[in-house]
Write a new protein. Structure first.
Length: 299
């Protein structure tokens, strides 16, 4: 089963295949690293929107026909300008009718839209996490034309729908439109509209008839970064903005999980819906706003 991807080329002749959730930018961990001072560390994000693949502007500008765009659909033959004299050529876009998903893991079902995943066991729970983890019990990756899997210590093999990967964990096929809808579906309680004021190291959340909720420190930084970006983004891109000194990905993930858990605990304690900070199955995270919610970026 094919996966969703885009084939891009830089003026230098470098060509890459990118997948939903991949970052284009200057940071070393970007899927497409562009070594140019005019390019932001996390410049743009490849994102699946319905049955379209789009490039979302994060901290950098995207130009088409000389005009700035917040989102540009990726279409074969088109050109996207990152800076003067620096453009991306869209060579091909692959959009299969169905996507492969892993069910029976924590959070229910994970749609495979990134290029590599690790199944990691913690206590009795199995998590399906984008990227390669050394502590994984099973790896999954795409060849562009199909999927492969490898249980630790065993030979690699093809992964198709209907396979049992681990006890209670199996692969399944899902319609692509349904898969992308999962990434933006709101969940959890709906209360009074929120007014979120982000000030970098502090965040203030107001609701009519409720006390003001004040959040500080790293949890506030997570919220502020999501407010600033304003689009789904990989957890790692946000984490590297907050912990720029952390080169080790496992250490970065530990810091991220601990502070994200702290943030959600603070929201829960204030009786604010925890889906305000929403993680989707592809490893992206976003600020989930409901009707009437307001956001002010004062950072």
């Amino acid at each position: 089963m094919q996966t969703v991807s885009v084939h891009l080329a830089l003026p230098s002749g470098i060509q890459v295949h990118l997948y939903p959730g991949d970052i284009i930018g200057r940071m070393a961990s970007a899927a497409l690293r562009v070594d140019d001072p005019r390019v932001s560390e996390a410049h743009a994000l490849v994102s699946l929107r319905g049955e379209r693949l789009v490039l979302l502007a994060l901290r950098g500008a995207l130009l088409r026909n000389g005009k700035p765009q917040s989102a540009i659909e990726l279409v074969a033959g088109s050109e996207i300008v990152l800076a003067a004299g620096l453009s991306l050529q869209v060579l091909a876009v692959q959009m299969p009718a169905t996507a492969l998903a892993i069910e029976g893991v924590e959070h229910g079902q994970v749609v495979l839209t990134a290029s590599v995943y690790s199944l990691v066991q913690n206590d009795e729970k199995v998590r399906c996490i984008p990227g390669f983890r050394k502590d994984n019990i099973l790896s999954i990756w795409t060849t562009g034309q199909g999927w492969r899997m490898q249980v630790r210590g065993a030979p690699a093999q093809a992964l198709t729908q209907g396979q049992t990967l681990l006890p209670g964990v199996r692969s399944t096929a899902i319609q692509l439109a349904q898969a992308s809808a999962q990434a933006t579906q709101a969940a959890g309680q709906i209360g009074a509209p929120l007014r979120v004021v982000a000030r970098f190291d502090t965040v203030q959340i107001d609701r009519q008839g409720w006390p003001t909720c004040h959040i500080g420190g790293r949890p506030a930084r997570i919220l502020s970064e999501l407010v600033s970006i304003g689009a789904p983004v990989s957890w790692e891109a946000v984490a590297r903005e907050i912990w720029a000194d952390s080169a080790d990905r496992d250490q970065l993930r530990t810091r991220w999980d601990r502070n994200l858990s702290s943030l959600r605990s603070k929201l829960r304690a204030a009786q604010i819906r925890t889906d305000l900070v929403h993680s989707c199955g592809s490893g992206n995270i976003e600020l989930m706003l409901h009707q009437g919610d307001q956001v002010l970026d004062e950072g």
